[in-house]
Ligand binder design. Sequence first.
Ligand code: IMP
Ligand code: MG
Length: 179
Amino acid sequence: MHKDIQSIVITEDEIKQKVKAAAEWLDKRFAGKDPVAISVLKGSVMFFCDLVRAMQTPVQIDFMTLSSYGSGSVSTGVPKIVMDLSTNVAGRDVILVEDIVDSGNSLVRMRDLLVGRGAASFTAVTMFDKPSRRQVDIKADYSCFEVGDEFIVGYGLDYAQRYRTLPYVGILKREIYEK
Ligand code: IMP
Ligand code: MG
């Protein structure tokens, strides 16, 4: 285990199982269709790559970067687009892949944007859901893990751009925040 991690909350094996289930759910929903899957960077990148490869349905992929956090652990209002898609989503079935739905602001932003651009359908899949922290009324269509009001890192999730490459999800030691 990484020296800065206090405890592991979700193991690599648990992640694998949930990714498989999410891929099966998407395959049922999109059988015979031609969806485009969008990864919201950077947090969803690990989940995204595992998910699209676990799916049987062929999907196109694209990426978008939103920014709502500085280097800290508290969300700061309306997310801005830092990098936009290269795909025209008009008339397309869109699968939005998120790392975590926390306040819900990012998901609302993405939904409004993609629906506003004429997506034929919008389906949001998230690795983690923190329902206790919601500021806006939105829910992903599929969520792999519900987590409490704790700041987690690993499997794409960062603290100050670190810990994203850990293959499991953990809670940081207190002294890391208090530095
Ligand atoms: P939102 O508050 O729902 O808009 O979520 C904004 C973003 O904050 C998420 O997509 C994550 O990238 C990040 N975030 C929220 N909670 C955590 C956490 O516990 N660890 C790491 N990143 C988080
Ligand atoms: Mg995110």
